[in-house]
Design a protein around this ligand. Structure first.
Ligand SMILES: [Fe+2]
Ligand SMILES: [Fe+2]
Length: 284
């Protein structure tokens, strides 16, 4: 019994949807879906319905794309997130609102902790506030679609929603047994130094929160899983393995390798760090 992960399936693209359809069943194993499955609830539910029967247990955390609604939608912000959690529950998929599940297979025991933390524009040069960070990205011609479509209701802003999620998640993590290792899962990277967007470096402001910079050392963490960057890599920080597991849009992965090539083994996973400087090891 192993623990696997993949993210950013983006099944709005038919190439990706066909790939998900073709994913090999591993009925003894667990699968983490680390966000950005799709935008429409019916497509998100299609992924749950397609993959949940193929694995012993499936986890999901929301990405920014699942939360896109637009200001006129009647299903936005927290209500949209809760609706998606209900769709997951319908298919037995565990979400950040479920208690973490104890993985007792190879490389375990470890609590698999799906988290929903969002971002707060703090991934930017020190001293900038949100307005300055947005201007800094705009100077490079960058503005994330989230600015129009990711509604934070009833919170006044995405960063306020992020702050509330960080606080809630800290409390939940503190309540878990300290002696059992954890696998932390979030759509957004936990550390700014893992965001290496070589072509669009100032997109970093939509990628996470500095609040989670030290979370891998705070709760006896075996591995940390995230997506969002569409730049698959393995990194090590303080002896803890970080796995970016996104396949991304069709141009971001090689279809001739098949989707199974991109389903990353999290546990037991590789020993490491296998390079003195801790990575990154890129996964093409
Ligand atoms: Fe994505
Ligand atoms: Fe994303």
């Amino acid at each position: 019994m192993k623990l696997f992960a993949i993210s950013d399936l983006h099944v709005r693209h038919s190439v990706n949807r066909d790939a998900v359809e073709s994913m090999t069943a591993r009925p003894d194993d667990w699968l983490i879906l680390a966000g950005d499955l799709a935008e429409k609830p019916e497509d998100i539910e299609w992924v749950f319905a397609t993959l949940a029967p193929r694995f012993a247990k499936v986890f999901w955390v929301p990405g920014n794309h699942e939360l896109w609604s637009g200001p006129k939608s009647d299903l936005k912000g927290v209500a949209r997130y809760e609706h998606l959690c209900e769709l997951a529950a319908k298919h037995g998929v565990l979400t950040p609102e479920d208690p973490p599940a104890l993985f007792e297979g190879e490389g375990g025991p470890a609590y698999v902790c799906p988290l929903f933390l969002l971002y707060d524009y703090s991934f930017c040069p020190d001293g900038m506030d949100r307005t300055e960070a947005l201007a800094w990205s705009a100077e490079a011609g960058l503005v994330c679609t989230d600015e129009w479509y990711l509604e934070p209701d009833p919170y006044p802003s995405r960063e306020a929603w992020c702050a509330a999620r960080v606080e809630l998640t800290r409390e939940r993590m503190d309540s878990l047994p300290a002696d059992v290792p954890k696998v932390l899962v979030n759509h957004f990277p936990f550390r700014m130094d893992l965001v290496r967007l070589f072509k669009i470096p100032r997109f970093v402001i939509w990628c996470g929160t500095k609040e989670t910079e030290d979370w891998h050392t705070r709760w006896n963490t075996r591995a940390v899983v995230h997506g969002h960057l569409h730049m698959r890599a393995t990194d090590w920080r303080d002896g803890v393995r970080f796995e970016e597991v996104a396949i991304g849009y069709p141009r971001h992965w090689k279809q001739d390798r098949g989707i199974d090539h991109y389903v990353r083994e999290i546990l037991p996973g590789p020993d490491g760090p296998d390079r003195g400087w801790g990575g990154p090891i890129w996964h093409r």
